[in-house]
Design a protein around this ligand. Structure first.
Ligand code: SAT
Ligand code: MN
Length: 606
């Protein structure tokens, strides 16, 4: 039975049903009883595998088709009337053509199936930040994941009232045919259509599709920002709290940084990190002239491989109940899950992510095809499972940002940390981000590509306009956060990571926040911005071996703080090429000016 009198919702559901012709329509009210029944149904049909109830209560494993394991950027389209509005780095399709194409594919595809109507909110229902979406889908997996990742229920419909607008999302699994897979966004119509996939980012429409692509477009028009950023809070020994948002490309450690456990001597002094969000931030200017951020999601869709009690205990703890695992391995000895990096010992009896018995004797960690879990296997875990979830997680006003951090995977050139000279220069640094590709999207991994603000796959409009929006926002914030860039991934000449990363990133965070206070710690002005003096980064009680031969010491730190002007001159030249040949137009003058300054700085001796 329909849960609303909102005619726009009723029309959308009716039109979707007319197109896809399901046997049955079920409205999701988010009640425990309904969700429990759906889990049982999915276990019966084999869509979910129930895991060990005493070790992993209320946890399930799901396997996708092997052709459907990551976001598909080349099949993700921004469908604006004017091609130029989608910009040069989004795939574009004419909206009429896109509606026709996906309607043909989805037509009749739910025959014999059930269509679920999911009313959900991104953000706390009733807050100024929150926006409501309705996703219709023929996948129970999607319903159950959306129920973890977003705030689902009748209260979302009530918040819409009789006449409220919402983001329309239609997901039809169809035959999960990779050749007919399309993830279409119609920012001018507040609409998303996804066909022929059943994997995370392609089908949980509240996440990248709505909370980033559509929301970034809404943000530009309404004067706020939707960013691919984690949000964390640092509590100081005296109780003071400061908040930071950080943008990294997918699978570059956002979840790890967001849930960081500081080194022991910080904990002993009383420092604490709390997680507000691990992937997406919606940011508005507050009445106090600062930027305030919320996490619009309600759960974590984290990368499983590499997660263990040392790398991210908080994430691991978050997956101990009420979690859906996707494409990890099944340990058949005790019906729990396993993935590469979870433990040093390999489980004796495992079914791999494709559903076949795993041969641990053939396992070679460098050869992904021998892995038990897919490199992009995921856990969907409720945020309130997280031991370090921030008490501000459900705050309606969000948290005020002291710093914004950009970062990527860079083997060389980019120092461990540096600070921009001002807001516009910070925007420039974000626009210049590049990172090695990861398994989060289909295609080759480890290839260096431009990924401005980690938004390359997620900005729902022209990247030049997106940069201009950042510049405009800077004019509205009278008390802006300081902007930094970090790189945890610098390698020595033998390819070893020089910086320990993980919990030790606290040492860099501390420096960053010391630069944001009333009496900022000193720094060295370089061609690219402010770099720390090595002695200002706390490396006490740091016991890390870069390799068998070398332990981390202050010299290692100096090495990764160094700015090589020759390399940066090349970087600037390359960036100029990217601006000119790829983005081409609509780049604000402020960024050209910063590029010019960088080029000049690399020529002079400072
Ligand atoms: O697959 S998702 O887009 O949801 C996750 C990611 O790539 O960051
Ligand atoms: Mn992400």
């Amino acid at each position: 039975m329909a849960l609303t009198k909102n005619q726009k919702v009723l029309d959308f559901v009716a039109r979707s049903a007319e197109l896809t012709q399901p046997d049955k329509i079920v409205w999701i009210d988010g009640s425990t009883k309904q969700i429990k029944a759906l889990k049982e149904e999915a276990v019966k049909s084999g869509e979910l595998i129930k895991l060990n109830e005493s070790l992993l209560p209320d946890c399930y494993l799901h396997r996708t088709k092997v052709n459907d394991v990551a976001r598909v950027e080349d099949r993700t389209f921004i469908c604006t009337k004017n091609k130029d509005d989608a910009g040069p780095i989004n795939y574009w399709m004419d909206p009429r053509e896109a509606y026709e194409l996906t309607s043909e594919i989805a037509r009749g595809s739910m025959k014999g199936r059930t269509m679920y109507v999911i009313p959900y909110s991104m953000g706390v229902v009733g807050s100024d930040f929150a926006k409501i979406g309705i996703e219709v889908t023929d996948s129970i997996y999607v319903v159950l994941n959306m129920n973890i990742m977003t705030r689902v229920g009748k209260n979302c419909l009530d918040a819409l009232g009789k006449d409220g607008d919402f983001i329309k999302g239609l997901h039809a699994k169809c035959d999960v045919d990779a050749d007919k897979r399309y993830i279409m966004h119609f920012p001018e119509d507040n609409t998303i259509i996804s066909v022929n996939s059943a994997y995370g980012g392609n089908v949980l429409l509240g996440k990248k599709c709505f909370a980033l692509r559509i929301a970034s477009y809404l943000g530009k028009n309404e004067g706020w920002m939707a960013e691919h950023m984690l949000i964390l809070g640092v509590t100081y020994p005296d109780g003071e709290k400061k908040y930071v948002a950080a943008a990294f490309p997918s699978a570059c450690g956002k979840t790890n940084l967001a849930m960081l456990i500081p080194p022991k001597h910080y904990l002993d002094k009383g420092y604490k990190i709390e997680c507000v969000g691990d992937d997406i931030a919606w940011i508005r200017v507050g009445a106090d002239g600062r930027l305030w951020a919320v996490n619009p999601e309600n759960g974590f869709f984290g990368v499983a491989p590499g997660t263990n009690e040392h790398s991210n205990l908080n994430a691991l703890e978050s997956t101990k109940r009420g979690t859906i695992f996707t494409n990890v391995a099944l340990n058949t000895d005790n019906m729990t899950v396993w993935w590469e990096g979870l433990s040093k010992e390999l489980p004796a009896n495992c079914i791999d992510w494709t559903g076949k018995p795993w041969n641990k004797d053939k396992f070679d960690k460098k050869d992904k095809s021998t892995c038990a879990a897919h490199p992009n296997s995921r856990f969907t875990a409720p945020a309130d499972n997280c031991p370090c979830i921030s008490p501000d997680f459900n705050s309606k006003t969000g948290v005020p940002l002291s710093a914004i951090i950009f970062g990527g995977r860079r083997a060389s050139t980019t120092p461990l940390v540096y600070q921009s000279r001002d807001w516009n220069h910070g925007v420039f640094i974000g626009s210049a981000m590049s990172s090695e590709t990861t398994a989060a999207a289909t295609g080759a991994t480890g290839v260096l590509r431009h990924d401005p603000m980690a938004m390359k796959p997620f900005a729902g409009y022209h990247m030049g306009d997106y940069f201009a929006h950042w510049i405009e926002m800077g004019k509205k914030v009278t008390n802006p956060p300081k902007i930094f860039n970090v790189n945890w991934f610098r390698q020595d000449k033998d390819g070893n990571f020089v910086w320990p990363g993980f919990g030790d990133n606290m040492r860099v965070l501390e420096w960053i926040l010391k630069r944001c206070g009333e009496n900022p710690v000193d720094a060295v002005e370089t061609a690219i911005g402010y770099v720390p003096k090595a002695e200002d980064i706390d490396i006490s009680e740091l016991d890390y071996s870069i390799s068998d031969k070398k332990k981390f010491d202050i010299e290692s730190l100096k090495e990764i703080l160094a700015v090589d002007k020759e390399k940066w001159a090349k970087e600037a030249e390359e960036l100029e090429g990217y601006y000119n040949d790829t983005i081409k137009s609509r780049i604000p003058q402020e960024l050209w000016d910063c590029l010019e300054t960088l080029k000049n700085n690399c020529k002079t001796s400072k």
